[in-house]
Design a protein around this ligand. Structure first.
Ligand code: AMP
Ligand code: MG
Length: 416
């Protein structure tokens, strides 16, 4: 794959308040035509640092793409510094200046002289028209090496890249295509997943594999395939996906970017089944996740947030004897909550969650993270006992995930 590097220019990108999102979008675009981003740099509006950085980049990379610093103000140094490093003087393009002037007149404004800067272009370079703003982009091609300067604002940068740069770069990479696929696992940790599937993916140089744990408590397996055509790349992905899926079995819940609650929602819809949930320590998080999907009223009927023992009894009909005997955080109560939700709402399934999210409320027998999730189906009522790690937020999130997963594995997948 043809290597490239991206330079994001702008002091604001070095503060905690602005993120360089341009390079993410550009990487996606470049990958799709077989160009690999080997390096990304963020440089402030600092001439000396930018010059150093660009001299190195010019040594090592055949394709350099920068964003930012093309505006009319004193801190917009991109043109000047690139001109110095590439040793190409800046030349005034009267037609660009006339265009900028016309734009100002159209808006009823007087152009300030500093806008002239935007009409200064490196000698021998191609001017990239800006359909959304004043600053044109610049493309320099030199002995099969390419330097592209794009404006910072994403709404100007994106159309300019798509219209004027991508077609040029796509030819360079000789039709290489990169395709990606994501598989998602729940109920197994990152290392457990890796030890199961490493013997398979290690046999492949292409696709390449990365395994990432995310804040949603999913393990995501990413495959990246490179081939001459999209069809061939997908064939490679299909082969590896099939082998890995066989090993992971029911632990795999998605072969796409779908979240667990979306998968559960889709299965409920397909089976024309409905769901009600009863939550204690998650305080409505499970209902929120389920209703994040538009149209979820087709399967999600009702949520009960029963935070006290009394609420569990009066709202869900959890028997007082169970609470007295097993305690409010118990398998029996989780099951009774699931059953109560199912019965009161008249749904196919009911889920119940009770636990200790902390940091207070723990006892010697029940540490923080003790959680029980219950599931009531048309034929059975079951539970799962969990000891969850992390702080209050994480425990609540993991508890909701465990409930969704119990429904997926033991309700939806078994009912079929
Ligand atoms: P500039 O072309 O340097 O005048 O950039 C103008 C504006 O574009 C900045 O204030 C940012 O809002 C935005 N911008 C610049 N660089 C980036 C970047 N790498 N990612 C996202 N936005 C950017
Ligand atoms: Mg800037």
């Amino acid at each position: 794959m043809l290597p490239a590097e991206i330079v994001a220019i702008g002091s604001e990108l070095l503060t905690p308040y602005h993120t360089d999102t341009n390079s993410l979008w550009l990487t996606e675009q470049l990958n799709a035509v077989g160009i690999e981003v080997k390096l990304k740099t963020i440089v402030g509006d600092d001439e000396a640092r930018l010059e150093e950085m660009l001299r190195d980049a010019w040594q090592r990379s055949r394709v350099i793409i920068s964003t930012g610093g093309l505006g009319p103000t004193e801190d917009d140094i991109t043109r000047k510094v690139f001109a110095k490093v590439l040793d190409r003087p800046l030349e005034l393009h009267p037609e660009i200046l006339a265009g900028i002037q016309a734009l100002f007149e159209k808006r009823g404004l007087v152009m300030s002289p500093n806008n002239e800067r935007q009409a200064m272009i490196l000698s021998g370079a191609t001017v990239l028209p800006n359909s959304k703003g004043t600053a044109p982009g610049i493309l320099v091609s030199d002995n099969n090496r390419y330097v592209v300067m794009l404006p910072g604002p994403p709404r100007e940068m994106k159309p300019m890249f798509t219209e004027h740069v991508l077609p040029v770069l796509a030819k360079l990479s000789q039709g290489v295509r990169i395709c990606r696929r994501t598989l998602k696992v729940v109920g197994l940790g990152e290392s457990a997943v890796d030890s199961l599937i490493a013997p398979i993916y290690r046999q492949y140089q292409n696709p390449t594999t990365t395994i990432l744990f995310n804040m949603r408590a999913e393990v995501n397996i990413h495959f990246t395939a490179t081939a001459a055509t999209e069809f061939e790349a997908n064939q490679l992905l299909d082969e590896l996906t099939a082998k890995v899926s066989a090993v992971l079995g029911d632990n795999l819940f998605a072969w796409s970017d779908e979240h667990l609650e979306q998968v559960v929602g889709r299965l409920l819809l397909e089976q024309k089944a409905t769901l009600a949930v009863a939550e204690s320590c998650t305080g409505g998080l499970l209902a929120m996740r389920l209703t994040d999907t538009a149209g979820s009223s087709a399967y999600f009927q009702e949520g009960f947030i029963t935070y006290t023992a009394a609420a569990k009894m009066t709202t869900l009909g959890v028997p007082v004897e169970i609470i007295a005997q097993d305690g409010v955080v118990s398998a029996a109560v989780a099951e009774a909550m699931a059953l109560g939700a199912r019965t009161r709402a008249g749904t196919t399934f009911g889920l119940g969650i009770t636990g200790i999210a902390g940091p207070t409320g723990a006892t010697a027998a029940q540490p923080v993270g003790t959680v029980f999730v219950g599931l009531a189906t048309p034929t059975k009522t079951i539970h799962r006992a969990l000891q969850l790690p992390g702080d209050r937020d994480r425990i609540r999130w993991l508890a909701a995930t465990a409930a969704l997963d119990l429904l997926r594995r033991r309700g939806l997948n078994e009912l079929l």
